[in-house]
Design a protein. Structure first.
Length: 232
C-alpha cells in the first residue's frame, strides 16, 4: 500500500495533521483539502486511490462533495461522521460512500479501513474469484464489472464486493457479520445499518428477477441470500 495516494478532506487542522502524519508513517501518500470546493478541485486535478471525507466541511458539505463525485467516479470514499449522527451515515452510504468512521476516530482504525478498501478495489481479494453468471447477472472479476441482462450496472467497490460474496455463496445464507468482516474488514457495531443500506442499493441497481421478486432475499435474523434463478 506504500504507493496509495489518498485525499483527506477535513477542516480540522489538528486532526488532519495527526491523520496525515500517521498515515504517512504507514506508507500512504496523503494530500489535504480544507473545504468542499478545494476537495472537488483536487479530485478534478489529481488522481487518487481513495478519499477520507468529513461530513462537516465548510463551503460545500461532505455530503454534497460525495453527491458530485458519484456523478462521474466510483473512487472509494471513507466518511468521517460525528458520533451518533445516524442520518449522516445512512445518507452517506446511500450516496455511495464505501464505509464510515465516527469521530473521534483512531488513526489506526482509519489505516486499517483504508487497507481493507484498497485490497479490494485493487483486486487483491479477487485473485481467486472467477467470472460468475447467475440468472440475469454477470460479474467479471478481473475487470470488476457487473451487467444485468447485458446492460452494465455501475457499482461502488463495496457494492461489487458484497455482490461477489453473495453470488459465490448463491443459494446459501450469508450473515451480516460475515459480510461486514469479509467486505468492510470490521465487525458491525450495535444498530449499525451499513450492510442493510448497501444491500438496499444493490437491489435497486440489479432490479428484479424475471418472476418479479428480488434477486437478493433478506433472511430474518440471519442475513442475505442471492437467489439461484433460471431466466431461460
Amino acid at each position: 500500500m506504500s504507493d496509495a495516494k489518498i485525499l483527506l478532506a477535513d477542516d480540522d487542522e489538528e486532526l488532519s495533521q495527526l491523520l496525515s502524519d500517521f498515515l504517512a508513517r504507514e506508507g500512504f501518500q496523503v494530500e489535504v483539502a480544507e473545504d468542499g470546493n478545494a476537495a472537488l478541485q483536487r479530485l478534478a486535478d489529481e488522481s487518487y486511490e481513495a478519499m477520507i471525507l468529513d461530513v462537516m466541511l465548510p463551503q460545500k458539505s461532505g455530503i454534497d462533495v460525495l453527491r458530485e463525485l458519484r456523478r462521474s467516479s466510483q473512487l472509494p470514499v471513507l466518511m468521517l461522521t460525528a458520533l451518533g449522527e445516524d442520518i449522516d451515515r445512512i445518507l452517506g452510504l446511500e450516496l455511495g460512500a464505501d464505509d464510515y468512521v465516527p469521530k473521534p476516530c483512531n488513526p489506526r482504525e482509519i489505516a486499517a479501513r483504508l487497507r481493507a478498501i484498497l485490497r479490494r478495489t485493487r483486486g487483491d481479494a479477487d485473485s481467486h474469484l472467477g467470472d460468475l453468471t447467475l440468472g440475469p447477472v454477470r460479474l467479471a472479476a478481473a475487470a470488476r464489472t457487473v451487467s444485468v441482462r447485458g446492460e452494465p450496472v455501475a457499482l461502488t467497490g463495496t457494492e461489487f464486493n458484497i455482490l461477489a460474496l453473495l453470488m459465490r455463496e448463491a443459494g446459501r445464507v450469508v450473515g451480516k457479520d460475515a459480510i461486514a468482516q469479509t467486505v468492510l474488514g470490521r465487525t458491525l457495531r450495535p444498530f449499525d445499518r451499513s450492510i442493510d443500506v448497501h444491500i438496499s442499493k444493490l437491489r435497486r441497481k440489479l432490479g428484479p428477477a424475471a418472476d418479479g421478486d428480488s434477486l437478493i432475499h433478506t433472511i430474518q435474523r440471519g442475513g442475505y441470500l442471492f437467489r439461484v434463478v433460471d431466466e431461460s
